[in-house]
Design a protein around this ligand. Sequence first.
Ligand code: Z5A
Length: 239
Amino acid sequence: MTGQILTGGRPGLFLTFEGGEGAGKSTQIARLAARLRGAGRPVVTTREPGGSPKAEDIRAALLAGLAKPYGPFAEALLFSAARIDHLDTLIRPALARGETVLCDRFSDSTRAYQGAAGGLEPALLASLERVVVGPTRPDLTLILDLDPAMGLARARARAAADDAPDRFEAEALEFHARLRAAFLAIAAAEPGRCAVIDAGAPPDAVEAAILAAVAARLPALRLSEIPTHSRAEAPHDAA
Ligand code: Z5A
């Protein structure tokens, strides 16, 4: 089917996964990728910030909190710099080859973290997004919605006992509640692009909801033709 799908003027499909901390994005990206690959569909899994060597360098600095003293606009510029390289070196070439790109976070995270939760003007971020992302908007964004206290508890349970929380994990619960509201507001404003998934359900139920949303929104992927048994793989193979 490579090269056969024509959505958004490019042969590949671009799916992004968004949501708060510990919502299960990595888990579900691995499941969807395994299902598509099992059926012989070419898939790239990736993440933001990161996904290319230069963007991974920026990720390390951002998550270590090195840009925090410069404020949310400086952080937004660094997330954008990482995104430019990621788009140029990984996402756009994969879409041009007709591959399906599954990306863990993208520009909606900038809107939510640096915008709604960080206090930057939506108009400023919209301008930045227009310049950085251009026409490479996601075909579908799956917003994994979860009570932030539950998400943070999941993330802490996964972390090693001596791991310090990263720059954003360390924010107060109120910051994470603003994020949740921001992602839901994005979904409400762009219902054609976004699907909200209840991420508080068990992993199999979340996966089923994602498959239903993808099948309904992107029929060109022909998900319903793929057998249900598939094995999850390690996420973010392109990073
Ligand atoms: N950021 C930003 O500020 N601006 C931007 O523009 C961008 C990003 C692009 C990246 O962190 C940080 O950068 C992020 C936003 C900010 N903030 N934080 N923190 P990251 O990539 O390190 O972290 P993350 O994106 O938040 O992902 P995560 O914490 O790894 O969560 P996840 O991928 O959504 O969840 P998971 O790893 O699949 O699952 C978490 C745990 O829960 C794990 O043990 C699973 O086994 C478990 N799990 C998964 N699903 C379930 C269900 N359904 N039930 C029970 N347990 C589950």
